[in-house]
Design a protein around this ligand. Sequence first.
Ligand SMILES: C[S@@+](CC[C@H](N)C(=O)[O-])C[C@H]1O[C@@H](n2cnc3c(N)ncnc32)[C@H](O)[C@@H]1O
Length: 202
Amino acid sequence: MSIISDRCIKRGIRLGDPSYKHHEHKHLYKSKVHRKSAIQVYHGEGYIPHILYVIRKFSPEMIVELGTSEGGMTLIFHEEFRNIPIHTFDVKEILPSTLALFDRKLVHFHRESLYPRESSVLIDLLSINKDIKKFMYSDVGTAKIEGFRYVKYLSSGDLFGTHDWIFQVDPDEAEKYLGDFVPFERELMRKEWLWTRFWKKK
Ligand SMILES: C[S@@+](CC[C@H](N)C(=O)[O-])C[C@H]1O[C@@H](n2cnc3c(N)ncnc32)[C@H](O)[C@@H]1O
């Protein structure tokens, strides 16, 4: 049995079970392209409305994204939360044509490595803004767990989220990396078969 199918079974997704209608969930796993800009968003189509619903419910004053890639999700965050600062981090450079789509007074692109060494730029950002209600979203590719190391710099009341984590972290064991956090809208995500999770810092 593969690691993935083993984990699916552990978290209650019964592969091969007719009650798990995989074909009905296929849209969740297709990558999305931002409708106007044609920039790639590395999220399945079905994820976006639910992720935005959860963030809206939390109502952040700042968004910190770990893993910008082409900036597709950053653009979705910027359109949805038009007036709040967004800081996004990646080792990759962003195309000038993409940068032109953003209000650069609000959206800050940090070309920065987040691991294996901790980024002092990110740590300083989180520390300086400790009184601001932050949503930090870790989406650093296959190394999801690397994003967890920064949760200790979040403040009480902040929200942390991560995406596609099943490939590296067992959902039932994720809390051990998080300490003082409680699940936020977990049942919604489970009900919708989405592999994104959120936790609020106590
Ligand atoms: C899955 S993509 C992010 C997708 C993006 N959030 C979206 O939804 O469109 C993961 C990104 O993590 C970045 N990454 C990988 N290792 C990194 C590191 N050590 N420091 C910073 N970024 C890294 C990669 O360059 C890649 O662009």
